[in-house]
Design a protein around this ligand. Sequence first.
Ligand code: DX5
Ligand code: ZN
Length: 219
Amino acid sequence: MTKLIAPSILAADFANLQRDIEMVNQSEADWFHIDIMDGVFVPNISFGMPVLQAINKHAGKVIDVHLMIVDPDRYITTFADLGADILTVHYEACTHLHRTLQAIKAAGMRAGVAVNPHTNISLLEDVINDIDLVCIMSVNPGFGGQSFIPNTYKKIKQLKELILDNNADTQIEIDGGVNSDNAKKLIDAGADVLVAGSFVFKSSNPTDTIKNLKEIANS
Ligand code: DX5
Ligand code: ZN
């Protein structure tokens, strides 16, 4: 299976959002990764519904929404209406995760679960067959541009084993501090989707950077 690249729009130039979205449209990227923060679950606020609506108007690829908010059940149908194809909630933010996953699917989206660096993969065992995508956070969520946490490799291997043991159809996404130095090792450990924010948008040629990451991931 082709390994996928999901540029994180959090690192885009918000004053030139349409330009940056068009760049992703024209590039070899596969998904738009959209980070929604509420200032409660994480100590930062990114952007909300009107901005996602504007992004959706121009985005020509899969929209992968990463909710870093408390009690995400409140907004599941809203994000479906805003054009999310994949809706990822945090394990740590859901009291009734199984119910939340069913609600995401009932709203017509693929259901993702993100896990913080301290959250053990084994906690997903009883819901793995209900999850379309697990997003392993390789930084503490809330900010772009942080350094990659090496313990992530171990977590990817544990998750891959859990998926295989349960015959689950679940993709593994890595989010935070991804760059051309760790991309290959992440894929070799079992990752399917690499999110990259700063590494793409702060580079001198983002289109080439995406192409390069895609090549590394599929080499
Ligand atoms: C962090 C976000 C990430 C972030 C990644 O809370 O979930 O998606 O944008 O940014 P980089 O690639 O710069 O670490
Ligand atoms: Zn994210």
